[in-house]
Unconditional design. Structure first.
Length: 72
């Protein structure tokens, strides 16, 4: 499960960056007003990355705490 979580984190980071780059290129090619709303998708993907990262680190700390309690 750890590997899956890490892969999904990297997936959302990559998607966020790709969407951000593509939307910026399209904003420069065409009008900004017609493509600006698509920045929301980049923000959502990056937000998902940071949320998954936060939850993974929190879960790892909690698991370490439980393991230390079990050893006592």
């Amino acid at each position: 499960m750890r590997i899956y979580n890490r892969i999904m984190e990297l997936f959302w980071l990559a998607m966020g960056i790709i969407i951000l780059i593509l939307v910026t290129v399209m904003c420069l090619k065409e009008s900004f007003s017609s493509w600006a709303i698509y920045y929301v998708f980049a923000l959502m993907a990056l937000g998902t990355y940071f949320m998954r990262r936060f939850m993974r680190k929190r879960m790892e700390k909690h698991q370490a705490f439980l393991n230390s309690q079990k050893q006592k």
